[in-house]
Write a new protein. Structure first.
Ligand code: DGY
Length: 340
């Protein structure tokens, strides 16, 4: 039987390409071209599986044009690039890459919080520009982290990692809002108190966003929410662009409605709202929260292992819509047959 065909939609570590090539015919986009939807559809022709990243949109149009496709393995924990309902209807499995990035992403969330509250990049730019002429009592004076109230919107694995760092490392009080409340022993360990979203906005000295993007979290932080925050507060977004209304945030930063923001994700990235680029009280990073070498390698391995598991008839490691298998919509893994 011939090997299944797999598309790697973006460049990835060479050892991952080699690993997949031991099992599949691999078409790898190692020149890392960011394809349009039409190009992605063209590239998916005849492919049985796809290794995707968060920017590769798998929607109804792509699925309709790719009848042989049976599984998409995302090298990301977030999967808002998948239209999961359309995939399930089409009998296409989706997998993501949770857990392996939790601690690295929590490290980064905390680093971004500290850089923002303590004005690290702003002061470095000032120094590099040759503007430092004397020590002053209030030069780049920012907000304290230790002992402050840490707010977390979205208390999943990464949110809990950030809470743990704040509570155990910096003696912070933690308040959080989430779809569901944590068990009381977990709350006690994290020094965390469940509050309404409104209370979270009002009491947090530093608010970190770690919730998944969906239509219901679109602009979860807009002008009204920013106006509810303390004028001394810091906002950090390591979740997804679109959760914050970037235009409203740029205005709030300009008007000093809040003190500062740290942003790793943006609406319409890699484009940024031009007013954010102009603001000095914002730290900007290019969607790198999970970007340590060991973690990115672990994420890529997990996506690759899901593809290998599926096509060798093993259980998927991190399935998003396993009902596809039980509903028998997808052809047997051992045979790379068309869905149609
Ligand atoms: C994720 O894993 O969701 C990160 O944002 C990388 O895309």
């Amino acid at each position: 039987m011939s090997k299944p065909h797999i598309l790697l939609a973006r460049a990835v570590f060479p050892e991952i390409v080699d690993k997949l090539a031991r099992h599949f015919h691999v078409a790898a986009n190692q020149s890392d071209v960011v394809w349009t939807q039409a190009q992605l559809i063209e590239q998916l022709k005849g492919q049985h599986g796809a290794f995707t990243t968060g920017g590769d949109q798998i929607d109804a149009a792509v699925l309709a044009a790719s009848p042989e496709l049976r599984i998409c393995a995302n090298m990301a924990v977030g999967y808002n690039n998948f239209d999961l309902e359309a995939m399930t209807r089409a009998g296409v499995l989706g997998t993501n890459a949770p857990d392996v990035l939790t601690e690295t992403t929590a490290d980064f969330g905390f680093a971004l919080l500290m850089a923002t509250a303590r004005r690290i990049t702003e002061s470095e730019h000032y120094l590099r520009a040759g503007r430092w002429t004397k020590w002053s009592y209030d030069l780049f004076a920012g907000a304290d982290i230790h002992g402050a109230t840490l707010g977390i919107l979205g208390m999943g694995r990464i949110g809990q990692g950030i809470a743990r760092r704040g509570a155990h490392g910096f003696g912070m009080k933690v308040v959080y809002h989430n779809r569901s409340q944590l068990a009381s022993d977990v709350e006690a360990d994290l020094n965390a108190r469940y509050v309404s979203k409104q209370e979270l906005l009002e009491v947090a000295d530093h608010l970190v966003l770690v919730l998944p993007y969906s239509p219901s979290s679109h602009h979860a932080i807009g002008a009204a929410e920013l106006a509810s925050m303390k004028p001394t507060a810091t906002l950090v977004n390591i979740a997804r662009g679109g959760i914050v209304d970037d235009a409203a945030l740029a205005q709030a930063l300009r008007n000093k409605t809040i003190a500062a923001a740290g942003l790793d994700v943006f609406e319409g990235e890699p484009q940024l709202h031009p007013e954010l680029l102009k603001a000095s009280n914002v730290v900007l990073t290019p969607h790198i929260a999970s970007a340590s070498i060991p973690t990115r390698l672990a994420m890529a391995n997990l996506a690759a292992d899901n593809l290998i598991a599926f096509f060798t008839g093993q259980p998927l490691l991190t399935p998003l819509n396993p009902g596809v298998l039980t509903a028998g919509l997808t052809a047997q893994p051992s045979a790379p047959a068309s869905r149609t």
